[in-house]
Design a protein around this ligand. Structure first.
Ligand code: ADP
Ligand code: MG
Length: 307
């Protein structure tokens, strides 16, 4: 081939094209820098005949490329066209844009994060937006360490945290940030507000869906139980719901987190023991599982909700 220009001119001279088509091909399609670069690159593989057979494809490419700058117009939203050579024929492929790839990733992460009765603000919590204070340093560090260790060795058991502190100090928010990060990293995370869940699970007795409702909490890779101690506990909830979920997670070494206004000691002695009458032994059985699953860390400091 002498030059691309000569080649195109000789293609155009073949005659049997309508004048308008001829003009479009010559001035628009064969003038397009991407088309020219593509033909140049594949000049040894494409003869005149093959190029003319694919002229429609080249036209589609140029047309769709112009539209793809405006996402609303694009033939496949969030995608741009690309020329490819396959079986000695020219084809147009639609490739996702950078922003489309980012959008897909966010969507996939959202699907990996399941949350039950958790506020949107917590679901969207982010480490970059966290205010770091000395009172929170230990909890934040432990949370970040967990993420690091988990990502390094996802097949090993990583003990979770029991984050304790008074109302509004940022317990749930911190674990919301952890949930987001872990779901973006590809792990399945489930957050559940325990006081609301216990109301739901009691209602589920009527329609026999207790087991189904418990399964997700038993099986999920990482579970965050929010506000344990604030629910109205009964012996059934303690032993047959919470106890069963925790037992399963312990046996399968599944990472589990808790937030609570109560310390572990208070939870055991003031809450679990008195779910129904006075049952310190049953409370101790639950506490054993919680302690196996999580290390206790206290957060103090200001109540962010008063800001
Ligand atoms: P807790 O669970 O301890 O009662 P939350 O985690 O719900 O408290 O935090 C209360 C509110 O304070 C959140 O909705 C959020 O707006 C804000 N907040 C919490 N922690 C932080 C933080 N580290 N940096 C900035 N804002 C925070
Ligand atoms: Mg909370």
């Amino acid at each position: 081939m002498d030059s691309l220009k000569d080649h195109i001119n000789s293609l155009m001279d073949q005659g049997n094209l309508t004048k308008q088509y001829h003009t479009i091909l010559k001035e628009v399609v064969f003038n397009d820098p991407d088309v020219r670069a593509f033909l140049q690159k594949h000049q040894d593989e494409l003869n005149k005949e093959a190029i003319m057979k694919s002229a429609g494809k080249l036209y589609e490419f140029v047309n769709e490329k112009a539209k793809s700058y405006d996402d609303e117009e694009a033939v496949v939203k969030g995608h741009y066209p690309q020329l490819v050579l396959f079986n000695k024929r020219i084809h147009v492929e639609y490739v996702p844009t950078e922003s489309e790839i980012r959008r897909q990733k966010t969507l996939e992460a959202k699907n990996r994060m399941k949350s039950f009765y958790i506020s949107k603000e917590v679901e969207e919590a982010n480490f970059d937006d966290l205010i770091y204070t000395t009172e929170k340093a230990e909890a934040i560090k432990a949370t970040i360490d967990f993420i690091d260790q988990y990502e390094k060795r996802p097949n090993e058991y990583h003990k979770g945290l029991y984050i304790q502190g008074s109302f509004g100090v940022g317990k749930t928010y911190l674990l919301g940030a952890l949930a987001k990060k872990m779901s973006e990293a590809g792990y399945e995370v489930t957050l559940v507000h325990l006081p609301t869940f216990t109301v739901e699970i009691k209602a589920a007795i009527q329609d026999n869906t207790v087991m189904d409702k418990m399964n997700v909490f038993k099986e999920t890779e990482i579970l965050i139980i929010d506000d344990i101690g604030a629910e109205s506990m009964t012996a059934w909830l303690r032993d047959d719901v919470l106890g069963v979920i925790l037992q399963h997670r312990m046996q399968h070494n599944l990472s589990t987190f808790f937030t609570s206004n109560m310390s572990m000691k208070q939870l055991e002695e003031e809450h679990l023991t008195h779910a129904s009458g006075n049952e310190p032994v049953k409370a101790a059985r639950i506490m054993e599982r919680i302690k196996y699953l999580a290390n206790e860390i206290e957060i103090t400091g200001q109540n962010f909700r008063n800001n």
